[in-house]
Design a protein around this ligand. Structure first.
Ligand code: COA
Length: 436
């Protein structure tokens, strides 16, 4: 690593000054040594009113805590588990935005970035290093920040695509060799397995898959072993995809763009996943402006987008970001992919949810809880899947939708939902056509 002068994290963060906006690299490559050093300066009251932005960081997020009121203000693009309590309590805040437009906020100057704090792979002999497992809106931050501070870490995979940046674009370098934050896939529950089976039946050979993190995507992927020629164009992917690549099921052969390549903008998974993307020309880590842009997504055939929800009403309005007025996550890429799948030839937008929460509350309700955020409208929703089946709402009337949705609600809640639909739509709701 000749020509690179390293400084300590404490030295590096001295560039941060009052009223700055700091962008943090996300998920597995969250730059923790820089965050710790920045918070130390904050605790010493060396600056005030520093705004922090990121999509989602993993690990501790002390900058969101109440103790930093007036020193840091978090304005995240997604509310992850590590900043949820602080956001719900009002100490931290959230910017509702489609994931594909997070970069636009930066590139078009809505949010001016003073300092970008990132983590990169070891530069090659030409001076190129990789943003590793997260490109998302961070590439836009690197391009637009007044100062870029990078931790060079040999554990960051050398992932290709838009992830490759040149060290001339970085101002300050810090060395570290900590492991990236990794998450092993959890066990698949019986409910998720049933949902996974229904979703897997909807996936056709030659489909291009998008799916989020969590148990349902893993359950779906575990049932695709006998499929053929699947491709991946997603916001993210995790470990569930690896056995399918090994078996040749995921080969990207049928994709219309990025043929043969798996495309994502961030990854979250185990150490094996990070090893898989290292130096792998079959994976393109791309700008979120590309991965999540509706007209790019729609170019691939049979785009099958599998997303989840917190609550859905009997007409098909999907709430995915709050529980009533209590903010829980974010708009994320749900609409980007549901819309992209809808416009793709043979595409299938799918919302997959357990019928009840882990506390037994029905996720299907007559109306959304007051204050719930509609992330996907009635018109965006096609397939809805629970452990009780799969129904297609596209092209169906309000009353037909209610009947279909109630048919896959938890049996303990069907009667209440049916009564609510009857009150809402009137006696015609129970009208049955004579059989031919
Ligand atoms: N009423 C009350 N509480 C509810 C609820 C409801 N209808 N639905 C869920 N909850 C509670 C659960 O009990 C659980 O509580 P806990 O944390 O105390 O255990 C919590 O909310 C999370 O619910 P769960 O169903 O496990 O959520 P999840 O982890 O499967 O995430 C979303 C679901 C919708 C939050 C997630 O998919 C998301 O953020 N989506 C929006 C962004 C997106 O779709 N991006 C594209 C793919 S990356």
């Amino acid at each position: 690593m000749k020509n690179i002068k390293f400084v300590t994290a404490q030295e590096a963060v001295k560039v941060i000054k009052s009223n700055d906006r700091v962008h943090l690299h996300s998920v597995a490559v969250t730059p923790h040594p820089l965050i710790a050093a920045m918070c130390e300066r904050g605790r010493n009251k060396e600056f005030r009113n520093v705004r922090i932005q990121h999509i989602h960081t993993e690990g501790p997020a002390p900058y969101a805590d109440q103790e930093f009121e007036g020193i840091f203000q978090l304005e995240s693009f997604f509310v992850g588990h590590n900043v949820r309590k602080q956001t719900q309590a009002g100490w931290a805040d959230y910017i509702p935005v489609f994931l594909h437009e997070t970069q636009r906020l930066i590139r078009e100057g809505y949010l001016k970035v003073n300092v970008a704090m990132i983590q990169i792979s070891v530069p090659d002999k030409f001076g190129y290093a990789s943003l590793g497992t997260s490109v998302d809106a961070t590439l836009a931050a690197v391009e637009n920040a007044e100062t870029v501070i990078a931790i060079v870490n040999p554990k960051v995979p050398r992932a290709f695509g838009d992830a490759m940046i040149h060290i001339n674009d970085i101002d300050i370098f810090v060395e570290d060799d900590s492991d990236l934050i990794a998450k092993d896939p959890g066990p698949i529950s019986d409910t998720d397995r049933k949902i996974g089976r229904y979703v897997a039946e909807l996936v056709e050979d030659g489909a291009t898959l998008q799916m989020g993190i969590g148990a349902i995507p893993n359950a779906v992927l575990s049932m695709l072993g006998n499929h053929k020629d699947l491709g991946v164009h997603s916001e993210m992917f995790a470990d569930g995809i690896l056995p399918l690549v090994d078996k040749g099921v995921v080969n990207g052969k049928n994709k219309a763009i990025d043929k043969g390549k798996m495309v994502a903008t961030f990854l979250m998974g185990s150490k094996s996943l990070y090893e898989f993307v290292h130096d792998n020309p079959g994976v393109a880590m791309q700008d979120v402006a590309y991965t999540n842009r509706v007209n790019i997504i729609a170019q691939n055939p049979k785009v099958t987008a599998i997303n989840s929800a917190l609550q859905i009403d009997i007409t098909g309005q999907v709430c995915a970001d709050s529980i009533g007025t209590t903010h829980y996550s974010g708009v994320g890429g749900q609409i980007d992919f549901l819309r992209g799948a809808s416009l793709s030839q043979g595409g299938k937008p799918i919302i997959a949810i357990p019928s009840v929460t882990n506390k037994g509350i029905s996720k299907i309700s007559p109306i959304l809880t007051p204050g719930a955020g509609v992330v996907s409208t009635r018109a965006n929703i096609h397939w809805l899947v629970t452990e009780y089946g799969a129904v297609n709402l596209y092209g169906r009337t309000l009353q037909d939708r209610a009947k279909l949705i109630i048919s896959i609600a938890h049996p303990d809640h069907q009667e209440t939902l049916d009564k609510a639909a009857f009150e809402r739509f009137g006696p015609h709701f129970h009208f049955v056509w004579d059989a031919e």
